[in-house]
Design a protein around this ligand. Structure first.
Ligand code: GLA
Length: 394
């Protein structure tokens, strides 16, 4: 990110100097897709793509916001006393929702601010751009008003804002990794207890390539809610006979013994995905600790196949992209990431093969779907943080 450009864009927009700068990353799930709301494990990492914010405090109660990614909206402004959701405010409802949540939780917000936001993460592409934006605002407000909120409190604030202000049934895992990510580490997160462990993740001679399918499905929210319901149904049938709190409490052997309790093949498949994906998360941790990226790549492939065949959450575009990736030289593995039905996939690709990889994958993808994919190389990043000018080489 060109820091000077951010400072100068702030100045052009608000005719004054920015006082402070922040960065909030996006995330990818290496393994552990659709396990979170089933009390199972997730294995995400924070990435170097994310959202930058430049900010300056005001003396009145006005909040003025500008996003480079939604520049057509111009400056959105409101006061700290009118924090209601407004469809016409678009992206600005995220900062507004966070302010509203904090205010309702009893925190004093003594003055407004001017904020310029610029993201290099694709929006709505399964990389947690929403959690990234919410956490960016949470961290900024936390520091600006010296609220002394812990990371866990900020994570909860993001979840509550997303659920009750924006209206998405999201959980804690996305804001969790955005807040607590660590460079060159994945996090094994138990979504039930929120206990977690940093797992070293060194890419060695490989690159993490993010492939945005540029397909956004209108049916995604419906699919997400439906899968949650299906998993709850499967769980209820199992709970009739065994004492478990969530699908994440079962290992594969136990599942095989008890799956007859789930009345339909379809619900059995949904549960099987969750349980096998949970075990894959543990296996991936073992392989990462050994530095065995080849084995991690195999697990990623199995994860995608399970999401495709058992969970029906991938869609034609992501399948085409991921299968195209599997066929290339120097690829250890590839899978969809995020909720699915479009959005992004990730691949681990030998550094020297990346150019050829993106060219070949896109050619095949375009010829089969008519769409161009977008490719990004990401490194494994730290979580949300304040940036200091003297530490940034622009
Ligand atoms: C979305 C949600 C996450 C998780 C993934 C699927 O990205 O925000 O909480 O459920 O889908 O793994």
């Amino acid at each position: 990110m060109d820091f000077r450009a951010l400072a100068s864009d702030f100045h052009t927009t608000f005719s004054q100097e920015a006082e402070r700068y922040f960065f909030s990353p996006g995330r990818v799930n290496l393994i552990g897709e659709h396990t979170e709301y089933n009390g199972a494990n997730v294995l995400p990492c924070a990435i170097s793509l994310g959202i930058y914010g430049a900010i300056s405090k005001r003396t009145d109660r006005l909040v003025r916001l500008f996003s480079k990614n939604f520049s057509e909206q111009g400056i959105v402004q409101f006061t700290l006393d009118e924090l209601d959701f407004k469809p016409s405010h678009g992206w600005a409802n995220y900062p507004k929702g966070m302010l509203s949540y904090l205010k309702q939780s009893g925190h004093r917000l003594p003055c407004g601010f001017d904020l310029y936001v610029s993201g290099n993460i694709p929006v709505g592409a399964g990389l947690s751009s929403s959690a990234s934006l919410l956490m960016l605002i949470g961290e900024i407000v936390n520091k600006l008003y010296q609220l002394h909120l812990s990371k866990i409190e900020l994570i909860k604030a993001c979840k509550e804002t997303d659920q009750y202000f924006i209206g998405m049934k999201s959980g804690m895992s996305d804001p969790f990794i955005v807040a607590k990510g660590k460079a060159n580490h994945a996090i094994l997160l138990d979504s039930h207890t929120l206990s977690y462990d940093y797992i070293p993740f060194h890419l060695q001679d490989y690159k993490l390539v993010i492939m945005d399918s540029n397909k956004q499905s209108e049916e995604l929210v419906e699919l997400y809610d439906k899968r949650r319901d299906e998993c709850e149904h499967a769980l209820r049938h199992l709970q009739g006979a065994i004492n478990i709190l969530s699908l994440g409490d079962l290992n594969i052997e136990q599942f095989e013994n008890f799956k007859h309790l789930i009345p339909t093949q379809l619900l059995q498949k949904r549960a099987r995905h969750v349980i096998t994906e949970n075990e894959r998360a543990f296996s991936a941790v073992k392989q990462l600790r050994r530095g065995n990226l080849t084995a991690l790549g195999d697990l990623m492939k199995q994860s995608h196949l399970s999401l495709q065949n058992d969970y029906d959450a991938t869609g034609a575009e992501l399948d085409t992209l991921v299968q195209g990736a599997w066929n290339q030289t120097g690829v250890l593995g590839a899978k969809m990431t995020g909720a699915g039905l479009g959005g992004s996939a990730i691949a681990i690709v030998e550094a020297s093969q990346v150019d050829q990889f993106t060219e070949n994958v896109n050619q095949e993808y375009k010829s089969k779907t008519g769409l161009d994919a977008s490719f990004y190389i990401a490194t494994i990043s730290d979580g949300v943080r304040e940036l200091y000018l003297d530490k940034v080489k622009s």
